[in-house]
Design a protein around this ligand. Structure first.
Ligand SMILES: [Zn+2]
Length: 255
């Protein structure tokens, strides 16, 4: 207990007992106390607080206990989660929102790109179809195998129409200075069959442009040329009719 004595860490009873013994003049104990005091003085350089008084010790323990209590009490109000973890959760939350936003933006970009690609493809298909029609029209109009059909008008002031029928490629009907039908009404082409009593077979409809011009391609005529007696044009409501609702304005025999 010499080190405890030198540190001042003994309780009052132990200290009194040791001092009473030292007062008897015991040289061994006096020497041990001197060594302990030297040791403590050396330790003091390393740890100045290594020799707390009883009062200080008591005060220290009280403080530690109070802080332990305070820590226990304050723990539930923090939810037991330290600040750094909240910071981590917040960072993760922000990152999740960013990721979701980024993914949504990516989806929008992909959708827009697909729509653009589809529009370009559609445009290209339309152009190819137009080109295909133009080529077919050119062949029908120039091929000597095509049959010329002049469609005379029942009105002497209205010019005749011209048709060319290619047995494999179809009919091209052209007109110039054609009076534009009123409203949304259209001109409709009919094929008159050779069969006695055969009803006119409906074909495509058209509206001339503002200058009265038109070119109509009938790629798949509803009847063979060999079985068709004549071509006729009537004026019909928008969309055309299944059978003529007006008398023909142009008629031309197929020969
Ligand atoms: Zn002694």
């Amino acid at each position: 207990m010499f080190e405890g004595y030198a540190l001042g860490a003994l309780d009052a009873g132990e200290r009194a007992a040791l001092e009473a013994h030292l007062a008897t003049g015991c040289q061994d104990c006096a020497k041990a106390v001197a060594e302990a005091r030297w040791l403590v003085s050396q330790l003091a350089y390393l740890a100045p607080e290594a020799a707390p008084s009883d009062m200080l010790k008591g005060h220290l323990m009280q403080t530690v206990r109070a802080e332990a209590q305070a820590a226990k009490r304050s723990t539930p109000s923090n939810g037991g989660i330290p600040f750094w973890m909240w910071a981590g959760v917040a960072a993760l939350f922000v990152f999740s929102i960013y990721s979701a936003w980024n993914a949504e933006r990516l989806r929008r970009d992909i959708r827009a790109t697909n729509e653009r690609a589809a529009a370009i493809l559609k445009q290209r298909q339309d152009l190819e179809a137009q080109l295909e029609s133009a080529k077919r029209e050119a062949v029908i109009l120039t091929d000597p195998a095509s049959v010329n059909i002049a469609l005379a008008s029942n009105d002497p002031k209205t010019p005749p129409l011209e048709a060319k029928w290619h047995s494999k490629l179809g009919i091209v009907l052209t007109g110039q200075n054609v009076p534009v039908p009123s409203g949304n009404r259209v001109l409709q082409l009919w094929l008159i069959p050779k069969t006695p009593g055969g009803k006119p077979i409906p074909s495509l409809t058209l509206r001339p442009d503002t200058e009265g011009k038109f070119v109509l391609l009938v790629s798949n005529p509803p009847e063979l040329m060999a079985r068709t007696k004549a071509l006729a044009i009537t004026e019909e409501p928008e969309g055309g009719s299944l059978q003529p609702t007006t008398t023909p304005r142009w008629v031309g025999g197929v020969s």
